[in-house]
Design a protein around this ligand. Structure first.
Ligand code: FPP
Length: 242
């Protein structure tokens, strides 16, 4: 068992769930089977975060760039997502977990959007944890969307340029009201941020593992948290100032 202290737990963990396709290839299965196993890993990690008392978990489930994948894979992923929401809604409710979606919901198929909106509504009063699903999400898109809304508000006289600082700007992002991630995990041995939470990761600790997402377990999560707890976060200051 990994050595994790209850005292310095990350308040927000974000995960780039990568390697479903390579997992499938390794096991001589179709890519969609990798995603299906990936959805199982999502269940395990959501449960583990809830047990540990992590208040925010953000999962990168589908990027704006993922629309470019073959039609069969995109529709398979959407189907999986809908199934996941429908099968997990009771467990999320029972465990006091609020489901939230960040990204361009309007680009999703109506039936998927409806399932998500329904689940968000049903869980809106839950307080123990927020499960944030990033769907049709792109970090640059999010910043551009926020800038547009900010300019619109300025045009309408609701905000003036000198009121705009990073705190105000954050309120225009999908993640308004959610603290920045403390820990970002990326699986499958890639060392990129891939347009995920670009603004929010300014001071996030990154953790990379070779494990393919479908193989990711509670032990792997604890290993990431344990490593996080050994890091010194200085936020631009010196060690002596902390
Ligand atoms: C990256 O693996 C993963 C995705 C693009 C999708 C993530 C989706 C899931 C884990 C399943 C459904 C999600 C939920 C929330 C139930 P990849 O296909 O890029 O892998 P590769 O780089 O090995 O090809």
């Amino acid at each position: 068992m990994q050595d994790v202290s209850e005292k310095r737990l990350p308040q927000h963990i974000a995960i780039i769930m990568d390697g479903n396709g390579r997992w499938a290839k390794k096991h001589k299965k179709k890519r969609i089977e990798g995603h299906r196993r990936g959805a199982e890993a999502v269940r395990i990690v959501v449960r583990a975060c809830r047990e540990l008392g992590i208040p925010y978990l953000t999962l990168f489930a589908f990027s704006t760039e993922n629309w470019l994948r073959p039609y069969e894979e995109v529709s398979g992923l959407m189907r999986l997502l809908k199934q996941y929401i429908q099968s997990e809604i009771d467990e999320l409710s029972k465990n006091d977990i609020r489901l939230n979606v960040i990204g361009d919901l309007s680009s999703l198929k109506k039936s998927v959007r409806r399932a998500l909106e329904d689940a968000m509504k049903k869980t809106e009063n839950n307080r123990s944890m927020v499960l944030n699903l990033a769907l049709s999400y792109g970090g640059r898109d999010e910043i551009v969307m926020a800038a547009r809304r900010l300019i619109q508000d300025a045009k309408e006289g609701l905000i003036s340029p000198d009121e705009v600082d990073d705190e105000t700007f954050s309120r225009y992002l999908y993640t308004a009201g959610i603290p920045d991630p403390d820990l970002l995990i990326r699986t499958s041995g890639e060392f990129r941020i891939s347009n995920f939470l670009l603004w929010q990761c300014a001071y996030t600790e990154f953790y990379f593992t070779d494990v393919f997402w479908p193989d990711f377990t509670k032990e792997d999560l604890l290993a990431a948290i344990s490593e996080y707890q050994r890091r010194e976060r200085r936020f631009g200051r010196t060690s002596d100032q902390l």
